[in-house]
Design a protein around this ligand. Sequence first.
Ligand code: GLU
Length: 460
Amino acid sequence: MTVVTRFAPSPTGFLHIGSARTALFNWLFARHYGGKFLLRIEDTDRARSTQEAIQAILDGMDWLGLHADEPPIFQSHLAARHASVAYELLEKGNAYKCYCTPEELESIRETARSEGRSPKYDGRCRNRQDDTRPFVVRLKSPQTGLTIIKDLVQGEVKVDNEQLDDMVLLRTDGTPTYMLSVVVDDYDMKITHVIRGDDHLTNAFRQTHIYKAMNWSVPAFAHIPLIHGADGAKLSKRHGALGIEAYRDMGLLPEALLNYLLRLGWSHGDDEIIPMLKAIEWFNLESIGKSAARFDFVKLNHINSHYLRETGDKALVKLIQPLLETKLGTALAPLHLERLLKGMPGLKTRAKTLLELADNALFYVHFISLDDKAKAQLTQESVDLLQGFIHILKTKEDWTERALEEAARTFSEEHKVGLGKLAQPARIALTGQAVSPSIFEIMAVLGREESLKRLQGTAK
Ligand code: GLU
């Protein structure tokens, strides 16, 4: 059997973090088994589906690198096929036309309620003769016994068939219901494993009945627990239930977000850093946790800083270039790009996000005037020290990191001050900041002329 999974988002909002994790699990499961991963846009709710949301889903998947193996399927284009299945069920005698009016349905519900029963449809049209009035098509669901799902995450889950009513498959206007469309599409797309949020678990019982009524084999189900906020409450915007593009704009790398999402609800021993190739090798449904996972920005940033360190210097320069250009309102010159590339090894170990990386790198492309915190550290004593050091530096031709460090050490020994006493005012003069990579690295990257200009500018 070739494994076929699908991600089936409804384009009514943006691709949020929980949906992205569902997509990832489906993608990984298909990749693990050398199967297929498909994308189906469930746009049947025409009033709520928007083109903007469809684009956000496609862009988000693309950014994450979760590419589907075939072009996306749009559910709304397949309504005629869905309806034809309802008619097939009518022919088979597994569905029936229901002529009940809204008033009749309300009175059925009221009677049930007054008798203390659940307000479900009582199936009274099951034996009605054909009529010319408008009708909906209902499934003849089993009325007794149990429906059992051997869910690959939740284990065996059952429902008393008595609790489920004869669901509507086709509305009076002839349009198929969501429940029917999902089943027909999953069947037509030859989906073998339905992996989705556990908010769909109850739908799975109803959907099972449609499969059985058509004599189709039921796919395997895996309902994954939802994501909660760090405080255990349902995930909200405050907790990080944002569109995927918000994470991109926060300066996260897609590989970091994927790694984080993978660990959110799935584990492989104590491994935290799991690159996608390893994830494909290791992914299984058994290791998905049964309880809700908690979203944690601190952990996400921690994983992101790991991936920043792993990313090549050139690639990082490319990623922060537009951020810096927006900040400066001008294009970066080749000289600046060269500095960024040379300075990247020292910069990338100190940032958690691309935004932070761009902020920290700003001094390489633009002299930052000193902030108050930096100014406060510039005492007369430190300025004097700096002036002495500048004097020495001016005599140096060898402008390498090593030579500069050696010169600074000799200078501080001669003046009987710790290296830090000299390095800190130099750092402030060079970067405008109190925290930065090694000043010798910075001076080597900035070059002799620019370094001396900045040092002298501050030590006037
Ligand atoms: N369209 C549904 C959703 O976005 C998913 C349906 C399914 O996976 O079966 O929640």
